[in-house]
Design a protein around this ligand. Structure first.
Ligand SMILES: Cc1cc2nc3c(=O)[nH]c(=O)nc-3n(C[C@H](O)[C@H](O)[C@H](O)COP(=O)(O)O)c2cc1C
Length: 191
């Protein structure tokens, strides 16, 4: 079974709640998932990242981009970048913000560029917006395809903050990324 590491930052736990939903979705496929808060990294963060088949990046959108904590982490990845140690791992990303648009796209783009610099292979959101499927579930309600985009308000984390439909979108994103990782990892072994 493939191993997925979710490396996220979250100041007030909303992005963390999304990270845990992504993990739930990925785990439901049988993937092994390790969730790391990069603000207070444990020693095994870097060895877990090194061993992963796929890394999912997560950050709140702050001032229209990844948070400063996430950016610091991104710069710290220059060590594995130098030897292209993450080349051909899969990568994906998600962001949570306080408004429906919130310039979340820039955050996702920053993550894709980070992945590209590492020679990683990007997996997109993979969840069709409900407005087109007519399933009435309000999934991918902000219509982002590059990665997962969710929203919370300033009240504490609860089952409806981030919203239930965003949590379900997060689980489906987790399934999509984990299934892609399983296909990719078996192909890599066969090659
Ligand atoms: C410094 C700062 C900058 C922010 N910038 C944005 C922004 O550009 N767009 C937006 O929609 N929300 C913005 N917000 C709201 C956060 O995105 C939101 O509170 C955050 O996603 C909550 O996640 P967290 O609890 O994981 O930190 C900002 C919040 C802070 C504290």
């Amino acid at each position: 079974m493939p191993t997925i590491v979710i490396a996220y930052h979250s100041s007030n736990h909303h992005t963390e709640a999304v990270a845990l939903e992504v993990a739930k979705g990925a785990e439901s496929t049988g993937a092994s998932v390790i969730v790391h808060n990069i603000e207070n990294p444990v020693e095994r963060l870097w060895s877990d990242l090194s061993a992963a088949d796929c890394i999912i990046f997560g950050s709140p959108t702050y001032m229209g981009d990844v948070s400063a904590v996430f950016k610091t982490f991104a710069e710290q990845t220059s060590k594995p970048w130098f030897g292209q140690e993450w080349k051909n791992k899969l990568a994906a990303g998600f962001t949570n913000s306080g408004t429906p648009a919130g310039d979340k796209l820039t955050t996702l783009q920053s993550m894709t560029i980070l992945a590209a610099q590492h020679g990683m292979v990007w997996v997109n959101c993979g969840v069709m917006p409900s407005v087109y499927t007519g399933d009435g579930k309000n999934l991918n309600r902000f219509g982002h395809y590059l990665g997962l985009a969710t929203m919370s308000d300033n009240s504490p984390v609860s089952p409806t903050n981030p919203a239930a439909e965003d949590r379900e979108t997060a689980r489906q994103f987790g399934i999509h990324v984990a299934q892609a990782t399983a296909r990719w990892a078996s192909g890599q072994k066969a090659a």
